[in-house]
Design a protein around this ligand. Structure first.
Ligand SMILES: [Fe+2]
Length: 425
């Protein structure tokens, strides 16, 4: 049986800003229901954060960037700006990210109280909103920011649980049905001068992050794009062909990384390549599901071994813009990659796994970061990272779009990131 794809449906009555605020904030609380307080305070590595920190940090975002602008504002607690600021240097100093797991206070219960306090004040503002575009943009930015952290909550707790010898499951009731095999075919695209990116974000346009702007022209040479993501079975064949032992397949930095880190297989795969750790605990490796938790280095080496390459972000977006946002996104609540349900058309563009592109994360021509401290949100990270596209099984469906640019360092592999192949012709 195939996974049921999520299809966004037109809402006959548009959601109000207040309704959206309530829904997104509630969704974060829903995600942590399966967790115990002990789960929410640990930090498994410097790149990951404790669940409690995520819950507090997204709340701080509303407190700092919206509530603090109100007359008679008083910080909820002295010192929490320092604890829950992430990387906004123009706001002030911050507690070091690699050691967020060392804090036992504030407690998880205190963070829930903090959320309730901020929600009460934010509800007064959103219910009384008179449609001020700047206010609505900031609230929407805060909600999109919270959705990014919802994905990180699941991604980070998966990593923490994977290190526990008891292999705890985040949830047990996942409908991990068997996925049918789907042929890999390549569709041809003629290329030419096309437009990518968006002009949106303010003035009544649909929300976007500043790094998606402006819309601009690019030249695409003719290219082929794979009909689906690379599967576990295909990646297993790469391993069995000594893929991790053959330096000619790897970028220089990738080869150095796998030597230093002693990587022999994907991060959550068992040594016998028969099972993988997931949010359901340890499960059998399904050959037809998308391979996940790839670093860029592994994705690139696989593509070279397969006689192909990774797509550019412009190629990916040009194709994705012609497809509806439909797929195994977090709304299915599977929280695990599925497989393709089509052997003829390009499928899985949205959901299952983020897809590495070969494009460096950089500014589009004419890019202007947001003004003030929020200008630190995206632009300052435009160095040494690669772009990923399409969202994953832990990305909310109303958070992703064709123009969305995610970005990570090439050695990062704890994210739900996978591979789609492309070729020249
Ligand atoms: Fe953040």
């Amino acid at each position: 049986m195939m996974t049921v794809p999520h299809q966004l449906t037109e809402n006959p009555v548009p959601e109000t800003l207040h309704e959206r605020y309530t829904r997104v904030r509630q969704a974060s609380l829903g995600l942590v229901v399966p967790l115990e307080a002990e789960d929410m305070v640990i930090q498994s590595m410097p790149d990951a954060s404790p669940t409690r920190w995520h819950l507090a940090h997204v709340t701080w975002f509303f407190e700092h960037f919206l509530l603090s602008k109100q007359v008679e504002f008083k910080p909820y607690r002295e010192g929490w700006d320092f604890l829950f600021n992430s990387y906004y240097y123009s706001v002030g100093d911050m507690y070091k990210r690699p050691v967020r797991g060392l804090l036992s206070r504030p407690t998880v219960a205190e963070v829930f109280e903090y959320r309730a306090h901020v929600d009460e004040l934010m509800s007064e503002l959103t219910e009384g909103s008179k449609g001020d575009p700047e206010f609505e943009f900031l609230v929407t930015l805060g909600l999109n920011h919270e959705q990014q952290h919802q994905e990180l909550i699941l991604t980070d707790i998966k990593h923490a649980f994977s290190l526990n010898p008891l292999k705890p499951a985040y949830q047990n009731d996942l409908a991990a049905s068997e996925i049918a095999e789907s042929a890999l075919v390549f569709s041809e695209f003629p290329g030419g001068i096309v437009e990518i990116g968006t002009a949106g974000g303010t003035s009544g346009q649909p929300f976007c992050f500043d790094n998606e702007t402006p819309r601009h022209r690019v030249l695409l040479n003719p290219f082929k794009l794979a009909s689906r993501q690379v599967t576990n079975a295909e990646f297993k064949a790469f391993i069995e062909d000594d893929g991790y032992q053959r330096n000619e397949l790897w970028l220089s930095d990738g080869w150095a990384t796998i030597q230093n880190e002693q990587w022999q297989r994907p991060i959550y795969w068992s040594q016998d390549l028969d099972s993988e750790f997931s949010l359901l605990g340890e499960i059998e490796l399904d050959p037809n599901r998308s391979v996940c938790h790839m670093s860029y280095f592994e994705a690139d080496a696989y593509a070279r071994w397969a006689g192909a390459r990774l797509p550019t972000e412009a190629e990916w977006e040009h194709v994705a813009a012609q497809h509806a946002i439909s797929g195994n996104l977090s709304d299915t609540q599977l929280f695990h990659p599925g497989g393709s349900d089509s052997s003829t058309e390009v499928s899985q563009l949205y959901g299952d796994t983020w897809e590495w592109t070969r494009s460096a994360y950089s500014a589009y021509p004419g890019f202007k970061p947001l003004s003030g401290s929020l200008g630190e949100y995206n632009g300052k990270f435009m160095c040494s990272q690669l772009v990923l596209r399409g969202g994953s099984c832990v990305t909310p469906a109303d958070h992703i779009r064709a123009t969305y640019r995610n970005f990570f360092y090439p050695a990062s592999r704890w994210q739900f990131s996978g591979i789609r192949l492309a070729m020249n012709f």
